[in-house]
Design a protein around this ligand. Structure first.
Ligand code: SF4
Length: 457
């Protein structure tokens, strides 16, 4: 009983978060920056922040994450960090030779009020940025929002290099949101099957799920290039996957470069993948090939084969808004019953959307944006569920309440596979179902009486 002090009785809390269901903004900004080819993320703040962000990503992706820091000490904390950042830019381009530095702020540099755009411009004017190299940036004050906000801010920062030359290049921008490198690979595979030329950004495939080759490359082959980001301004359209992660960047591109955008849910599950494939088909004026239709059919087949095990099973979920919305739609489509849900990321739109998706259920779902895992645990104690879905931090609740637990989301610190096996698209849907079914049937096998114990599915 690791969470033995969590009481069943729920009391109103307004100024206290216990076991947050989120982490800090710069982690998202750092993850997004790693999806740019040849990019070294730079944390403008103290070394401690940078070390934390790097280690959080390293533990999830099982890859060493390189990032630089402005290394604030007392002086920078009082007088501002401009001198540190200018020095850092010079050192980084000289020593590590990245194509691009992606600067994000931290609580401290935000509180001081450092103006990153002004410092970036000064670095360029002073000749600290070699020809053909770039600095992109975003503000990530971690006392607002969450890691999702930071991710979104950095992706929006990427769109600022896009240029509209007035001549469309026939490509489609796809902003995937915070998904795994394997998911990004899967989105590219689907687009390739449909013969749609896309620019995916950010793109961490080939960066955080690369092979062990015996050689160290500080900047792996993957990632969207700065050239592609520049050309994103000439695309025929943008598909932004996820309102929280991707919409701001797509809208900014629309405003600045007149690239029309459509905001979709992340393509987890049958319906959301249908909408993604259809939007890609329409925007590129192409048709859906037989291979994708076949994959869809396999997912439908698996749903119908095992539907009886999902039917009316109650689920508690926690994680990030875009993922939870798509997962809720998927669960509901296979007749599972989402029952409790929290995201640490604030935004009442999330609660509204979840309530719409679950309006047909015979009870009202407990849902809270800006909530915490303490509350989720209390809800579970009051109304038990059959399955818990979320990141590794859910293992404490799972153990205490003896719940089957699907690890899905960020961070996953104690399992592998998420880097390599997608959960987006139809194939990803199969993987999600396989994992959910395995958990439910393992539990059934454990709990069934001897007379109910079945050999066959
Ligand atoms: S001080 Fe702010 S930016 Fe740094 S680790 Fe803490 S929450 Fe994140």
């Amino acid at each position: 009983m690791l969470l033995r002090h969590t009481p069943k009785e729920i009391k109103e809390r307004s100024a206290l978060v216990v076991n947050p269901a989120k982490t800090c903004q710069p982690i998202g900004a750092m993850y997004a920056a790693l999806g740019v080819h040849g990019c070294l993320p730079h944390s403008h703040g103290s070394q401690g922040c940078c070390a934390y962000h790097r280690s959080a990503l390293t533990k999830h992706y099982k890859e060493p994450i390189s990032a630089a820091t402005s290394s604030f000490t007392e002086g920078a904390s009082v007088f501002g960090g401009q001198a540190n950042l200018l020095q850092a830019i010079e050192n980084i381009f000289t020593v590590y030779e990245p194509e691009v530095i992606a600067v994000h702020t931290t609580c401290l540099s935000e509180t001081i009020g450092d103006d990153i755009k002004q410092i970036r411009d000064k670095a360029e004017k002073s000749g600290l940025v070699p020809k053909g190299k770039h600095i992109i940036y975003c503000n990530t004050p971690s006392y607002i929002g969450s890691h999702v906000t930071g991710f979104s801010n950095m992706v929006k920062g990427m769109t600022e290099v896009a240029e509209n030359t007035g001549k469309k290049n026939g490509k489609v921008n796809v902003i995937p949101g915070w998904v795994e490198p394997a998911d990004m690979e899967e989105l590219k595979r689907l687009a390739a099957l449909m013969a749609v030329p896309i620019t995916l950004f950010p793109d961490t495939s080939g960066v955080l799920n690369g092979p062990l080759s015996g050689e160290y490359h500080m900047f792996p082959e993957g990632g969207v290039t700065m050239k592609e980001l520049k050309e994103a301004g000439d695309a025929v359209g943008t598909l932004a996957l996820g309102e929280w992660c991707s919409a701001d960047a797509a809208r900014s591109l629309d405003t600045r470069c007149k690239v029309p955008c459509k905001v979709l849910d992340m393509p987890f599950g049958l319906k959301a993948t249908d909408r993604f494939v259809d939007a890609l088909r329409i925007i590129a004026g192409t048709s859906v090939p037989e291979e994708i239709t076949r994959e869809r059919g396999q997912l439908v087949d698996m749903i119908s084969d095992s539907h009886q095990y999902y039917y009316q099973k109650k689920v508690a979920l926690f994680g990030d808004p875009d993922q939870l919305i798509a997962m809720t739609e998927f669960l509901v489509s296979i007749d599972m019953w989402p029952t409790h849900m929290v995201t640490g990321t604030p935004g009442s739109k999330f609660e509204k959307r979840i309530k719409e998706l679950t309006a047909h259920l015979p009870y009202e779902v407990n849902v809270k944006a800006g909530g915490d895992m303490f509350l989720l645990h209390q809800w579970i104690k009051n109304e038990p569920v059959d399955l818990l879905i979320g990141n590794t931090y859910g293992k404490y609740i799972s153990r205490d309440e003896d719940l089957p637990f699907l690890r899905w989301g960020f961070p996953i610190l104690d399992r592998v596979g998420h880097q390599y096996f997608p959960t987006v698209g139809y194939k990803g849907g199969l993987r999600l179902l396989e994992k959910i079914l395995g958990l439910l049937l393992d539990r059934k096998d454990r709990d069934d009486s001897e007379t109910q114990f079945e050999l066959t599915l």
